[in-house]
Structures are given as C-alpha cells and as structure tokens.
Design a protein around this ligand. Structure first.
Ligand SMILES: Cc1cc2nc3c(=O)[nH]c(=O)nc-3n(C[C@H](O)[C@H](O)[C@H](O)COP(=O)(O)OP(=O)(O)OC[C@H]3O[C@@H](n4cnc5c(N)ncnc54)[C@H](O)[C@@H]3O)c2cc1C
Length: 419
C-alpha cells in the first residue's frame, strides 16, 4: 500500500507494480499528482510538470496490478507478524465513474466555493472538476456548499446519471505486506507571519500562488497580474525564507525555495521583461547542479538579488511596502512594490486521521520510519523537504528496500535512508 498520490507515491506505486507487487494507492485529494499538479514549470528543466506526471500515469494505466482510491485516508494500521491490516475510509465523491467531465453539471450549479486548488484565487461551483488536467477526470461535489436534493440541478442535467447525492463514506480493511507513507507536504501557513502582512492585501501572495498565477491552466490563464486589480506588476519583491530558517516558525531550510524563486524570476522575466524584480535572501542555497540555475536568474537584467532579511511588509496608500536590510549597505530600506511573493516553505502534511504512534515524527514534524514498524516506510517530502528528482529517487529506493526486506523477512535494522 502506498499512502499519498503525489509524485513520490505515484513513482513508488509504479515501481512496486512493475516489480510484480499488487499495489493499492490511497490518495486523500480527489485527484492524483499532489503539489506537482499545481506547478507551472519544473526547475531545473523548466518543462511542464503535468508532462512528467503523465509519463508516470501512463505506466500506471498500463499496469493491472495497480489500483487507486481517491478521497481516501488510512484511519488505522494493525500490526501482525506476517502482514499489516489497514483500515481505509473513503469520502463520497457524489459523482460516479460514468462521469465524462462534460461540464454540464458545473454550468447549472448555482453555488460557489473557494477554489482551493488555486489557493483561493477565484472560485468554483459546488460541483467542480478539481483542475483542467485532473486524474481521474471526474467531477466532485463539495457537500459543504451543495444545496443537495432540494436543488438537484446537476443530477437532472447529467445524461450519464453519474450524480449520486446520497453517496455515503465507504470503509474497508485490507491486508498488506508493506506500507509506504508518501503524504508529502503543505505550504507553511503565511498567516502566521504577522510581520509580512499576508492576508492584509491581495497583492501579497505566496510562492505557490505564484505557480498558479503563472500556469496557463490557472486563474489568470498564465498572465502575471496583481490579484487586487488585474494590472501587470511593474515591480515584484520575492521574500525568501518566509517562515523557514527561523526559530519562531520553522528552524529548518525548506531546500527548494531558492530554486523555486529563481524559476519564478525566470518566467516573470520571459513574459514581463520590463518588470523590476528584487529577491531578498539570507543565503542562496541550491541542490545538485542548481548553482548555475541560481546564477543565471541573478544575472538577468532588471533582477536584483539583495542579501538581507525583510523585516516587515506594510501597506501604504494601498500598496505593499517592503522594509529590508541590505547587508552590503548596512541600512534599512523601504520600497513600495506592486507585488510581494513570500517564499513560504515546506511543512509536513497533516495525517491527523491515522494512529499517531504508527508513523512517528522527527523533531521538525516529518514522518520518520526509523522507529516505526519494519513493514512501514516513508518516502518523498513526507520525510523531509526535497525536490521532485530527489522525491522520485527516494521513492524508488524505498520500494527496493521494502521488496528486499519483505523477501528476506522483516528486520528492525534499517540502512535504507538513501536520498
Ligand atoms: C513554491 C515551490 C515550487 C516548487 N517547484 C519545484 C520545481 O520546479 N521542481 C522541483 O523539482 N521541485 C519543486 N518543488 C518541490 C516539490 O513540490 C516536491 O518535491 C514534491 O511535491 C514532492 O512530492 P511528494 O509526492 O513527496 O509530495 P506531495 O506533492 O505533497 O504529494 C503528497 C500527496 O499525498 C496526499 N496526502 C497527504 N496526506 C495524506 C493522507 N493522510 N492520506 C492520503 N493522502 C495524503 C496529498 O494529497 C498529495 O497528493 C517546489 C516546492 C515549492 C514550495
């Protein structure tokens, strides 16, 4: 069993199935792909992430050893000597697999909800397709915003009779040999960064919101615009380490934000070459061959990397003002900008529904498999912040170790923690 259908979970599922195992992938969201599905481009190659996902999903579809349940979570794990018994709870989608995502139900739905896939930049109807390239390509109903049977407009318009407003949760037990947690990460909650004024002005956004704004499938169809009034930003300040490497928030480095910002600088430059960009950083950190990638972003015209911390973001005359130090000048500087992008880091996903003793956590809150049962493993960003290439490598190594351990019999000795 693999829990979490992001890039790490999909990779683990495909590798295990291709090695001959039966695999059940359990995903909490109504679609597969995790955070990668929300991104515009991958660093370092700057290709569309949906393309990389699609390659894996094709391997997925071609393999009849693999099954997936979406909208599902593991609620309990029972240890037995020869196997694990796992309890899974699947929330109702209210839309059956006859759905062809034709969108007629969406057109007639009278109710709106916040578009969570786009981090609240826009809204969807109560019945919606999670995103344009969602897998499975099937609508889902947000019951909190649905008027139910008294409305039934979606049900009446659906020619395939796919809408089932009375669907209820489904619970089942399954016995598995091994379980790999690939539950990934969530963005650090920018509301906790009081000094950076997130939430007080629509033009103070996070780096993940920037991914959605830049995406051609996103709320602005890929046009970089200020959320407040839709104008092109003429100045953008990127605030690095927003909540990372800070004992008041997360003391660790999120490992990917410097590269992610360099990527975002690159695509802002490609569509708005006149836009003046400043990147405020404490240290620049790159994994692997990333140093060249960072240097390239830094050397672009109209781009300024400023070494020093942003102490405050405030609002003056309706515009964000960034107050920062520039270590080279030993002064505090205030600058009014059109758009502020907070590079919020990686926080471990919450897995509140499963028995906390089953998968233990590190001091930083990530899942740790070193003390857990020998049949349970952790891979990808559930373990620590890492980029996509590292997540895929880690998932593959983890499957190899699970297979080796399963064949040789379970042992508590773990030498598996390979990146
Ligand atoms: C702003 C930003 C930009 C980035 N850009 C890049 C880039 O360009 N290139 C790059 O290499 N890396 C990039 N990264 C890093 C990249 O996002 C991660 O490497 C990648 O998402 C890790 O994949 P994962 O599968 O481990 O986790 P995730 O993508 O988080 O997937 C985890 C999955 O598990 C599911 N899940 C969570 N909890 C449960 C549960 N309890 N039960 C069932 N399912 C659950 C989630 O719904 C999700 O589908 C970026 C990161 C940030 C912050």
């Amino acid at each position: 069993m693999i829990v979490g259908g992001g890039i790490a979970g999909i990779s683990a599922a495909v590798e295990a199935a291709e090695a001959g195992c039966g695999v059940l992938l359990v995903e909490r969201a109504p679609y597969l792909g995790g955070r990668v599905a929300q991104m515009h481009q991958y660093f370092p190659k700057l290709c569309p992430p949906l393309c990389g996902l699609e390659i894996n999903l094709r391997r997925f579809r071609d393999n009849n050893r693999l099954s997936v349940v979406t909208l599902a979570e593991v609620t309990e794990v029972f240890e037995h000597e020869s196997h694990l018994r796992v309890k899974v709870r699947q929330q109702p989608r209210y839309v059956g697999d006859q759905c062809s995502a034709c969108g007629k139900c969406i057109e007639v739905c009278p109710n709106q909800r916040n578009d969570l896939f786009n981090f609240g930049l826009g809204s969807t109807r109560a019945i919606y397709l999670p995103h344009a390239a969602a897998v499975p390509s099937r609508c889902v109903i947000d019951k909190k915003h649905c008027s139910g049977a008294s409305c039934s407009k979606c049900k009446n318009v659906c020619e395939r009779h796919a809408i089932e407003l009375e669907m209820s949760p489904n619970e089942f037990d399954i016995d598995v040999q091994s379980l790999i947690w690939t539950t990934g990460w969530q963005p650090y909650d920018a509301h906790k960064l009081n000094e950076l004024a997130y939430g007080s002005h629509p033009d103070i956004i996070t780096n993940m919101m920037m991914e959605r704004i830049a995406s051609p499938l996103g709320p602005t169809l890929g046009k970089i615009r200020c959320p407040s009034d839709g104008r092109e930003p003429k100045t953008i300040a990127f605030v690095q380490c927003a909540g990372s490497r800070d004992d008041a928030h997360q003391s660790y480095c999120s490992a990917v934000c410097c590269m992610a910002t360099a990527k975002q600088v690159n695509y802002v430059r490609s569509v708005l070459p006149e836009c003046k960009i400043s990147v405020h950083y404490i240290d620049r950190r790159a994994q692997g061959n990333g140093e060249r990638f960072l240097s390239k972003a830094e050397s672009e015209s109209n781009v300024r990397y400023v070494n020093g911390k942003v102490g405050r973001v405030s609002i003056d005359s309706g515009h964000p003002v960034v107050v920062y130090e520039d270590i080279g000048k030993t002064t505090l500087i205030s600058e009014t900008v059109d758009l502020v992008v907070l590079a919020t880091g990686i926080t471990p996903s919450s897995c509140s529904s499963f028995n906390a003793d089953v998968a233990r956590r590190t001091a930083d809150g990530f899942l740790s498999d070193t003390q857990a049962s020998p049949r349970q493993f952790v891979a990808g960003c559930a373990k620590r912040p890492m980029d996509v290439a590292s997540s895929v490598r880690d998932a593959t190594c983890t499957v190899a170790c699970a297979l080796a351990r399963f064949k040789q019999g379970a042992t508590m000795d773990s030498t598996r923690n390979i990146q």
